[in-house]
Design a protein around this ligand. Structure first.
Ligand SMILES: Nc1ncnc2c1ncn2[C@@H]1O[C@H](COP(=O)(O)OP(=O)(O)OP(=O)(O)O)[C@@H](O)[C@H]1O
Length: 584
């Protein structure tokens, strides 16, 4: 019961420490038995009026030794229990991390952040108790009554038998509670994770909620969810308290029955004073270990529910795995990308990318344009390997993208998107993730290329603290910093996905100028909804409904008077209306 073999085998190291905890607890029990025997013998002699000073001193010495053994063994059991649980957290969190790291990005994004956080934090803490307290106690509580029985049976077989027979009442009550607890705890976790998820969602969207004055409504929804959570928590607590009361009743009731039997045996002349006292002192020891097991049981149940969730995550099949035969991609600075009959669909109804055949040449700026929803971002996710084409292939210098080892691939192909992430920490830390060995000088060089070096120097240098998402920087500074980080990475091919959207004109100009300089050495792909950014491109591909409908330079496409011309003129007219200025 309640032995999760898979969980135990997952944390192999813990087995020996669980065994050690049981052994030390058992030695503490031996100490208790010796203490009881000494005490009972001393009382017996006093009752018979045969207690001498010498035997009293001997009793005292044995008593102190037995008590010392008990205390020492108890301490050692505590230590072993700590070691039994110490690797659990690290091991399980590592497994969770490795699983997430091995998933393709699109699959990781499908996982609920709050659920992952709850499982990896509180769930893992509870599993720690399962290993450190519950499992050793489970084995010890089987061993302790048997040891006591084998010892006490020599003094009174019927009394020892009565005590032994009463012991299983506690595990039977635990099994009965287990049935209810299992259902209740599965429900509790589902509500807990749901509440966490809503809380995180509302917190992240708080500004939007405030703008639309919708925070009251969401607060009410959260109240309802919190009330559900309160109710289920109270149910769990009531179930736990009731089962604790039941176990108390069985433990103390069982001990009382044992003592009563011993007294009746004494009255009938079958027991000595020594034996009666021994039974009075040791009866409760039959039940205390199982009673304690009952208290750990509820936390262990919670840990078990959490471990089920962890294993569900660990068992999630990975949608795309890197083939073992994957080859390194170590070609530098002359990357040509070829798309052959590329098809991709998010669902069966509609293709997001529909039979693309085209080539992206090195030392050129290639721009993809098209109306909203035409498939530009989907194409980026296919180029980066975040999603995989259902038909056709993408070749990097003739090598199939899916055959290329991801680490070396990402060394050469770098994405700068409109949502590049800035981590909480120093500016230097954020830059070093692109090139771990970069010197301060190299970092400043990259920063100065995007006009950020002076700003950084004036604000504490490379140790300048950055908030999560770069919340203490402007939008333009975040994008320029993301570009500087990408430059430091020194990739061979850069893909800019709306990298200049929603930023100030000055930053946009700096970034665009730099992109144009960069193409002398690298392969540059740009996705932009602003067609003005495509005017100087070497090649423009126009997408519509996932298909390539036009291609050429700006002037060639303008001559065609097709979709590109239509979109360009529309944007030009709109910008003229807004600014009243002439458009290039
Ligand atoms: N995760 C997704 N699940 C299902 N459909 C999606 C998903 N992402 C995009 N789509 C659909 O795929 C099509 C192409 O979307 P995509 O984001 O690639 O367009 P886009 O050209 O980048 O648009 P925009 O310029 O507005 O960003 C759209 O019809 C869109 O609704």
């Amino acid at each position: 019961m309640m032995i999760d073999k898979r969980l135990i085998n997952t944390v192999e190291d813990s087995k020996k420490w669980i065994a050690a905890t049981v052994l030390w607890n058992w030695l503490a029990l031996v100490g208790s038995i010796v203490t009881a025997v000494t005490f009972a013998w001393c009382l017996h002699q006093a009752f018979e009026q045969t207690l001498s000073l010498t035997s009293a001193v001997i009793f005292f010495i044995v008593l102190v030794a037995a008590l010392s053994l008990r205390v020492f063994a108890g301490k050692m059991a505590g230590k072993a229990s700590y070691y039994a649980s110490t690797h659990v957290k690290h091991k399980l969190r590592t497994l969770i991390y490795q699983k997430l790291a091995s998933m393709p990005l699109n699959q990781v994004n499908q996982q609920s952040t709050s659920s992952l956080v709850q499982i990896a934090s509180e769930g893992v803490e509870q599993i720690e108790i399962y290993f450190g307290r519950y499992l050793p106690q489970l084995f010890y509580s089987l061993l302790a009554p048997l040891t006591l029985f084998l010892f006490l049976v020599f003094f009174s077989a019927p009394t020892a038998l009565v005590l032994l027979v009463c012991v299983p009442l506690i595990p039977i009550s635990i099994i009965a509670v287990n049935k209810i607890a299992k259902r209740l705890l599965a429900k509790y976790w589902a509500i807990y994770v749901g509440l966490g998820s809503s809380f995180l969602d509302n917190l992240q969207g708080l500004v939007t909620l405030k703008i639309y004055q919708d925070d009251d409504y969401k607060a009410k929804q959260m109240d309802i969810e919190a009330e559900h959570f309160r109710k289920i928590t109270m149910k769990v607590l009531t179930m736990q308290l009731n089962s604790v009361s039941l176990m108390d009743l069985l433990a103390y009731g069982g001990a009382a029955i044992g003592i009563l039997t011993a007294l009746l045996q004494f009255q009938a002349g079958h027991l000595t004073v020594f034996a009666v006292i021994l039974f009075i002192l040791l009866s409760s020891e039959f039940f205390i270990p199982l009673r304690l097991l009952g208290s750990f049981f509820h936390v262990a149940m919670n840990g078990k529910a959490a471990s089920d969730k962890i294993f569900t995550l660990l068992d999630t099949p990975i949608t795309q795995t890197q083939a073992e035969s994957a080859v390194n991609f170590d070609e530098k600075n002359n990357i040509q990308i070829t798309l052959q009959n590329l098809h991709f669909a998010y669902s069966a109804e509609k293709n997001a990318i529909n039979g693309l055949n085209l080539t992206i040449h090195p030392h050129q700026l290639t721009v993809f344009v098209g109306k909203s929803g035409c498939g530009k971002s989907t194409l980026v996710s296919l180029l980066m390997g975040f999603n995989h084409a259902q038909q056709g292939q993408i070749l990097f210098n003739g090598k199939n993208s899916s055959d290329l080892h991801r680490t070396s691939f990402y060394q050469q192909i770098c994405l700068v998107s409109h949502s590049s992430y800035i981590f909480k920490g120093s500016l230097r830390e954020n830059m070093l993730m692109a090139q771990i060995n970069a010197s301060d000088e190299q970092i400043y060089q990259a920063l100065s290329q995007v006009n950020l070096a002076d700003f950084v120097r004036e604000n504490g240098g490379l140790d300048m603290p950055l908030l999560s998402r770069g919340n203490n920087l402007s939008g333009g500074q975040i994008q320029r910093l993301a570009l500087a980080r990408a430059l430091l990475h020194d990739a061979s091919c850069y893909i800019f996905d709306e990298a200049t959207s929603n930023i100030d004109v000055e930053s946009e100009e700096i970034i665009l100028q730099f992109i144009h300089q960069l193409k002398a050495e690298k392969t540059i792909v740009m996705i932009s909804h602003r067609l003005a950014n495509a005017v100087q491109a070497d090649k423009i591909y126009v997408l519509d409904n996932g298909q390539l409908v036009e291609q050429g330079t700006h002037s060639q496409l303008m001559e065609k008077q097709g979709l590109y011309t239509e979109m360009f003129n529309q944007q030009k007219a709109l910008e003229n209306i807004r600014t009243g200025a002439n458009y290039a």
